[in-house]
Design a protein around this ligand. Sequence first.
Ligand SMILES: Nc1ncnc2c1ncn2[C@@H]1O[C@H](COP(=O)(O)OP(=O)(O)OP(=O)(O)O)[C@@H](O)[C@H]1O
Ligand SMILES: [Mg+2]
Length: 254
Amino acid sequence: MSNSTSPSPVLSVRNLRREFENGAVAVQDLSFEVCAGEVVGLLGANGAGKTTAMSIILGLMTATSGSVRVFGMDPIRDRVAILRRCNFASAYTDLPSNLYVWQNLTVFGRIYGVKDIAARIDELLSLFEITHLKNRVTGHLSAGEGTRLQLCKALLNQPSLLMLDEPTASLDPDIADKVRKILRRVQQESGLAILYTSHNMRDIEEVCDRVLFMHKGRVAAEGSPREIVERFKQASMEDVFIRIVRDGDIESAA
Ligand SMILES: Nc1ncnc2c1ncn2[C@@H]1O[C@H](COP(=O)(O)OP(=O)(O)OP(=O)(O)O)[C@@H](O)[C@H]1O
Ligand SMILES: [Mg+2]
């Protein structure tokens, strides 16, 4: 959505740096904001630091330096208050495998203090067309089924900020198309802000209002998908991505 109606930042990242114990620097000097109701794509090559940045925003990892504010609060100090209004899904994380699908959603619903949990679970399972999986053991789900369960979990608490780390990675093209449309619809209805990573440029073009290209641990290019394609004089976001990653130098690639 345009940020012209709601310009307040729900997420603010300033000069973020994360260096690991082995000396590897995953995030060099990352700064960006996400405003209420905006869908922002975080793009970058494998290893560019996207998941690391999300982990810091979620309070799962500390930063070496720099600051993160979510709803104006600190991810470590104010973790509980932030997580009430925030959620996360990824194709690469699993919910407890030994629980039934409905049990997993009920546990998370209780953690988030969701009212009328059973009705909310039914609504979300129906939204993602996995009602038939409600009584299945979570560990027995296929990758794409598990991904859709993750998305149900992520929307349980009607978050104001949603972090999606490659949410469509395991989805077949038909389901991926449906999920993109569902996310867009939910986002437009609720004014939810989303930080979205994907290596699928169709996702990015369809879902994101604004794109941040991470390169060498910082934001190297920013704009709407259409602006970026025009600025880089390429035919598509896929071509822009390849150009940025292969050329290395953003200034000369643009
Ligand atoms: N615990 C760790 N110790 C050392 N290096 C790490 C650790 N976690 C991540 N890294 C490194 O930090 C860099 C960034 O990793 P990250 O997972 O954030 O990348 P990404 O942008 O999410 O990549 P992908 O597109 O492959 O998911 C990588 O080079 C990775 O190997
Ligand atoms: Mg990642």
